[in-house]
Design a protein around this ligand. Sequence first.
Ligand code: 4NP
Length: 162
Amino acid sequence: MEKTKVLFVCLGNICRSPTAEGALRQLVDEAGLAGRFEIDSAGTGSWHVGQAPDRHAQAACRRAGFDISGHRARQVRKDDFERFDLILACDAQNQRDLEHLAPASARGRIRLLRSFDPLAAGPRPEVPDPWGMGQDAFEETVAICKRACQGLLEALRAGQAV
Ligand code: 4NP
């Protein structure tokens, strides 16, 4: 069976999107579905390419039971738009940037990650940027990403996301 390919995107690929990638990996592992998914993350910006995730993000993920320390930041590439079934933006600016980069044929596959979060409020819910903030902000990022990824997995399993 074809794998479902999911790409998470934020600005730097050192805080939010690697956290979301790790959260979804943990969920699919627990569900015994790891073989059915290809999961990755990338940033719209290039400043942090090659770097490990922010140490606060690593710590918050470790506390939540998953390890993102091996991730290295990369920038979104043109071929991501051909390769992934779903491209999930952490905030509205990430979504706009992706829509500018994407060929018209891929725009429908770009969504806001928090559109899958059952507790998100408002029409365009975002994962707030924790970069430069204290550890609490990163713990909140993990909580949001876990909820959104749980909602995403349920939608995928119900055939309602792709
Ligand atoms: P992220 O956080 O997009 O969640 O990885 C940020 C990381 C770096 C910067 C901004 C946000 N920056 O401006 O370098």
